[in-house]
Design a protein around this ligand. Structure first.
Ligand SMILES: [Zn+2]
Length: 394
């Protein structure tokens, strides 16, 4: 590689590689599109993986293929998890890198950071221009912090943040992305892993109680100006949940209650425990007990007691003990109240509760606070600045 090219790469806006699908059966590319170093695609072409090679009628099989739209336009594709399954067409900016993994296709969207954000911000937060700018800066920082230059891709979809490509884009979000172009939260000169969630229920979680590891630069404690530490014990959590507190207090998920007949709850937990901890052997589930709470009062260890054993579910995954991903409990900020017949779960907030509280950010914007002030409230140790230059992997 020449020095001039290296210098160009160092100045290039950061690109991301987002795994759209790790095991697709087929990918249909719609025209007009272009294969890098190959022919223009003028009719729909179905790509699949065979014997570790990406193949299609009329194309030489290859270990990987790069497809992009014609003349810098998005590339429009259908991704199918099963052969001939019906799916909708979606367009992606940048290009799609296709690799074969046995008989499955690995599909990676290579996209520049700002284009990626246009497909993220509208799906993550709706609101005033200030709120959208807050979201754009947090999402940009988080994406950069999670780049993994030495790995085949940076992160997967939807594990990191929602991303819908061109179909998700909206003019108001585009404006927020453009107004904050290149701006990130920095800590020690590096982009901050600026985690955020829907609503914290009045008290922000420590990353350790949600996921077990530490994350620097995020505010913890009550979601209000002049932070104080949250309730660490059962009595404190009951007192918190009995009223409303924090910037997100007006939000509809601020307080919630779920009631199950015990027979239903036991059956639900039994099935979900088998999915979360396939090796756990507890026998028929008899009871649930909060074994430990984290610094924000969230349940960090929940014991599932059975007739022949005991299993412990930890951190944010406790939510998925009550339903599959996306359908479990809204948060782990809860107390259990059970009688002989029913299990009642009373909780607060929606999401893991770590980092920025989106509904709290909306409230601060309504009070007239600027994007920088809102970001400072949630990421007190970070500064705002331009994204560091990306140096090519050596
Ligand atoms: Zn909040």
């Amino acid at each position: 590689m020449t020095l001039a090219l290296l210098a160009l790469l160092a100045l290039a806006p950061p690109g991301l590689r987002v795994l759209l699908q790790g095991g697709a059966a087929e990918l249909v590319v719609h025209p007009p599109a272009q294969l890098a170093d190959g022919p223009a695609i003028t009719a729909a072409v179905t790509l699949e993986a065979r014997d570790g090679l990406v193949s299609a009628v009329g194309l030489a099989p290859a270990t990987e293929l790069l497809v992009h739209g014609a003349a810098g336009q998005p590339v429009e594709v259908e991704l199918r998890s099963r052969p001939r399954a019906a799916v909708s067409r979606r367009a992606w900016r940048g290009s799609l890198l296709l690799r074969a993994s046995g008989s499955r296709l690995v599909v990676i969207n290579q996209v520049d950071l700002e284009s990626y954000l246009r497909g993220v911000v509208p799906l993550e937060l709706d609101g005033s221009p200030t709120v959208r700018q807050v979201q754009a800066i947090a999402a940009r920082s988080l994406a950069l912090a999670r780049r993994r230059p030495q790995q085949p891709y940076d992160f997967d979809l939807p594990g990191t943040q929602a991303y819908g490509g061109v179909a998700a884009e909206e003019p108001a979000a585009d404006a927020a992305v453009a107004a904050t172009a290149g701006q990130v939260l920095l800590r020690a000169g590096q982009p901050l892993n600026a985690v955020y969630g829907h609503s914290c229920g009045g008290v922000a979680a420590d990353a350790a109680e949600a996921w077990g590891g530490r994350l620097a630069g995020l505010a913890v404690g009550f979601d209000e100006p002049g932070r104080v530490l949250g309730p660490a014990d059962e009595a404190g959590v009951r007192q918190l949940l009995a009223g409303r507190r924090g910037l997100c207090a007006a939000e509809s998920s601020h307080r919630w209650t779920v009631t199950w007949p015990w027979a239903t709850a036991r059956q639900l937990v039994q099935g979900r425990l088998a999915a979360l901890q396939p090796r756990a052997r507890v026998g028929p589930v008899t009871d649930l007990r909060v074994a430990r709470r984290g610094p924000s009062g969230r349940v960090s260890e929940l014991e599932v007691r059975g007739s022949s054993g005991l299993a412990t579910v930890r951190g944010d995954s406790i939510r998925w003990l009550f339903g599959p991903f996306g359908e479990g409990l809204k948060s782990t900020l809860f107390v259990l109240d059970s009688s002989a017949e029913t299990l009642v779960v009373r909780g607060g907030g929606w999401g893991h509760g770590v980092g920025l509280c989106q509904m709290g950010a909306v409230a601060l914007a309504q009070q007239g606070r600027s994007a920088a002030e809102i970001l400072h409230h949630y990421y007190p140790d970070a500064t705002l600045g331009p994204a560091p230059a990306v140096t090519p992997a050596s």
